[in-house]
Ligand binder design. Structure first.
Ligand code: FES
Length: 198
């Protein structure tokens, strides 16, 4: 079986775990390139499946899975520090997510100010619910009601304090005119072995 993937945008990878972010923040996101590939779904993976064994075996490509493109909100209707709840990548367990215009440039942010970001609402430590914990003053989500972890939404959801040791999964956003779409995810959602099998 041969697995192939399309090349990643180097600028995107650098923004997730590259020298730019390290130089800016002094810290790396808690995600390496392998984890990114395993969980992002940005690449279209093609598996060459052998239909028969032997020299005459035919190999056919089978696309496994990719994230769906989901409309989330209108850019013109977003107000700074007023979060919008949505579900992604499906309607299953732990799909609740937050979209927010921070009013400050953020890693992975979109829009004219690069300040619109989206994240999973489920704490990466033990699945605590982070709904209604957005802190506008700090541009952070938390503290988690279970063990008090707080996540920085300007730096790809990296944990600031508390018990969690993995960044909050970030929803990859795309702007098309005035429409904001969710198109992928960085990081594994708590409680899932695969983001696309909730
Ligand atoms: S579940 Fe959130 S800090 Fe433990």
């Amino acid at each position: 079986m041969t697995v192939q993937h399309s090349p990643l945008d180097p600028a995107l990878v650098a923004s997730i775990n590259g020298p730019e972010e390290v130089a800016k923040t002094g810290k790396r996101c808690v995600m390496n390139r392998r984890q990114f590939l395993l969980t992002s779904g940005i690449s279209t993976f093609t598996i060459m499946v052998a239909l028969k064994s032997g020299p005459s075996a035919a190999k056919v490509p089978a696309v496994v899975s990719t994230y769906k493109r989901k409309f989330i909100a209108k850019l013109s209707e977003l107000k700074q520090d007023e979060p919008l709840d949505f579900t992604y990548p499906d309607e299953g367990a732990y799909a609740e997510s937050i979209l927010v215009k921070l009013g400050r440039e953020a890693g992975g942010g979109i829009g004219p100010q690069k300040d619109i970001v989206a994240f999973s609402y489920t704490c990466t430590h033990q699945g605590g619910p982070l709904q209604d914990t957005y802190k506008a003053a700090d541009k952070a989500l938390g503290p988690c009601p279970l063990h008090l972890t707080t996540f920085d939404l300007t730096r790809h959801g990296i944990f600031i304090s508390g018990q969690a040791y993995q960044s909050l999964p970030q929803v990859l956003l795309e702007l098309d005119g005035d429409d904001i779409y969710a198109v992928g995810m960085f990081g594994l959602i708590y409680g899932r072995h695969d983001n696309l099998q909730g």
